[in-house]
Ligand binder design. Structure first.
Ligand code: FDA
Length: 396
């Protein structure tokens, strides 16, 4: 084989197409290997089955990496609009949900079909596990569950560790290490955080309730904040705002939740008190919060049934802080089982940013999630898969 691509996920399928659709590459022999029974399994379940296939604002600062500039070249070489053009050409209807996030109107399956059509001419070999890659003369030998495969070039597109049930393995990291590349410790990203009993006791009674919240982590230059949906669950907190902040959170850190991002609750309560204040605290809070949440905050502050008029400024300050600056110290995350992505991965110092080829191993490429480049929630991770695949495909 001229090129063997390891992994028939988003990056691998796109790379096969990028190689074969390039000028003068028609005769190039491309093989895509995957141990799964079907290609693109994560695409199929992505975006709630509708695949959030890109984000129009895919700029490097939406990606986490030890080298924050590494993604710039590949992202500039293949922009979201270029993927949209492919989607349009394939006749796939789509819509913008919010903040540049583009979703299929119909099934995510359409994206997989488009990618498979685009890579026509390549061979796709499924149910074949990759076990190792070794350098051999000018090329490589790939050890697989179906025997050895020889290749002139190898593209590692085996993804990260997230959701082992869907076929994720750490093989890409093993290959990188065996070829002398460094790793940035992989860890679960875009994942619900878990909480100690005292915080769970506050969340559980509110399970099912969702609010728009601003969730932040860190201070100063290192502060990250996301304003999005927050969902109370039986296990704690979830929803996009929590998944986003999980990328920045480290064990031991606190996160701050503002449950009413546009309202200064203490000031609002003082004003309401000045206008009579005969109502209860819960009723006053319910002007800005869902009634169940308003009741829970009043109860937690020891003000169940208490009248607004009877509260001093200090108490209103306390209630305000509980809503606008709710400090929580997660004890962990749900881990690989539910993480949407893997942070960390192949250290970008070992890769050329324009082609994604390993600097010390000519012919060996790493693309997609296996690389230490991880996007925010919202279509950024697929855009990285397409862009990095395009960069490698163009180089091959
Ligand atoms: P990907 O994981 O897609 O592919 C890797 C392939 O390698 C798999 O097919 C796997 O079977 C194969 N493989 C692994 N080990 C192997 C071995 N030893 N031998 C052979 N094959 C092996 N992103 C986004 O931008 N928008 C979205 O809407 C979503 N939604 C979403 C939902 C859920 C539930 C998850 C889990 C993730 C998302 N994502 C997302 C993230 C997105 O799915 C992810 O970033 C890309 O799929 C990464 O593409 P890769 O091709 O790099 O890895």
């Amino acid at each position: 084989m001229d090129t063997v691509i390891l992994g028939a996920g988003a990056a691998g399928l796109f790379c096969a197409g990028s190689i074969l659709r390039a000028d003068g590459m028609e005769g190039h022999r491309v093989l895509v290997l995957d141990h799964a029974a079907a290609p693109g399994e994560k695409i199929r379940i992505s975006g709630g089955g509708r695949c959030n296939f890109t984000n129009l604002a895919s700029v490097p600062d939406r990606f986490l990496s030890r080298n924050p500039r590494f993604s710039a070249s590949a992202l500039a070489g293949f922009r979201p609009q270029e993927f949209v053009a492919l989607v349009d050409n394939a006749g796939i209807a789509w819509h913008e949900k919010m903040l540049g996030q583009l979703f299929c109107d119909g099934s995510a399956r359409q994206i997989i079909d488009m990618l498979l059509h685009r890579m026509r001419g390549a061979e796709l070999r499924l149910s074949t596990a990759v076990e190792a890659v070794t350098q051999h003369g000018d090329g490589f030998v790939i050890t697989t569950s179906a025997g050895p495969v020889r290749a002139g070039r190898v593209v590692v597109a085996t993804g990260g560790r997230s959701i082992p049930k869907m076929g994720a393995t750490g093989i890409g990291y093993d290959i990188a290490r065996s070829c002398g590349l460094d790793l940035v410790e992989p860890r679960a990203g875009l994942v619900p955080l878990t909480f100690a009993q005292q915080d769970l006791d506050k969340c559980r009674p509110l399970a099912g309730l969702s609010v728009t919240a601003a969730v932040s982590h860190g201070t100063g230059r290192h502060r990250a904040q996301f304003r999005d949906g927050l969902l109370f669950t039986h296990r704690g907190l979830s929803g996009p705002a929590i998944l986003q902040i999980s990328n920045f959170w480290r064990p031991g850190d606190e996160i701050l939740v503002d449950l009413a991002p546009d309202i200064d609750i203490a000031a609002g309560l003082r004003e309401a008190r000045g206008q009579g204040g005969r109502v209860g605290i819960s009723t006053a809070l319910a002007r800005w919060l869902p009634a169940r949440l308003a009741d829970a905050v009043a109860l937690e502050c020891g003000l169940q049934g208490a009248r607004l008029a009877d509260q001093g400024n200090e108490m209103l300050q306390r209630v305000g802080a509980r809503v606008n600056r709710w400090g929580l110290r997660p004890v962990g995350s749900e881990g690989w089982r539910t993480a949407e992505v893997t942070l960390g991965g192949v250290d970008t110092r070992g890769l050329d940013s324009r082609s994604l080829v390993a600097r010390t191993v000519p012919g060996l490429y790493f693309i997609g999630e296996v690389v230490d480049v991880t996007g925010w929630l919202g279509g950024y991770n697929f855009q990285w898969a397409w862009a990095s695949a395009h960069a490698a495909g163009g180089d091959i």
